[in-house]
Write a protein that binds this ligand. Structure first.
Ligand code: 5GP
Ligand code: ZN
Length: 136
């Protein structure tokens, strides 16, 4: 289903023009308007899902296939040295557009970007507790 007031639904389905670098029946891949690096692209499913939790399993699987294909295209055409896949779910995780999208961020030597987190240092006991909490 498309969502009426969703900008990525409109872009994915061609109602709003975009710089499309790949398209198939299920997805459109567009250049991000505020890219982290040269070639930063977004994989958009044509069917609306707010986030990964709502995304049908087969679409999630196929999104990763598109990431592999278009990631290689970006590497080859733009001479990228690496690639980050980034995917935010929920405002607290940095999601600003509530239509599932997978970022493809080509990386270049000394591109000045820092797509990372601050490592913390839990004790072994704390890690054990978290592990139990998840598994049990
Ligand atoms: P998020 O923070 O939700 O993971 O990422 C949203 C991304 O969409 C941002 O990188 C932002 O630059 C990009 N973006 C937002 N609106 C538009 C738009 O209308 N067109 C394009 N091409 N990118 C957009
Ligand atoms: Zn949508």
């Amino acid at each position: 289903m498309k969502k009426a007031d969703c900008i990525f639904c409109k872009i994915a389905n061609g109602e709003i023009p975009s710089r499309t670098i790949y398209e198939d029946e299920q997805f459109r891949v567009i250049l991000d308007l505020s890219p982290a690096t040269k070639g930063h692209a977004l994989i958009l499913p044509k069917e609306h899902a707010d986030n990964l939790f709502e995304l049908p399993e087969d679409v999630a699987t196929d999104a990763m296939k598109v990431a592999k294909k278009v990631g290689a295209l970006l590497r080859d055409k733009l001479n990228a040295d690496g690639l980050n896949l980034v995917q935010n779910n929920g405002a607290e995780a940095g999601q600003t557009v509530m239509h599932f999208h997978l970022h493809l961020i080509p990386r270049y030597k000394e591109d000045g970007q820092n797509i990372n987190w601050n490592p913390t240092a839990p004790s072994a006991e704390e890690l054990d507790t978290i592990c139990k909490q998840i598994v049990e």
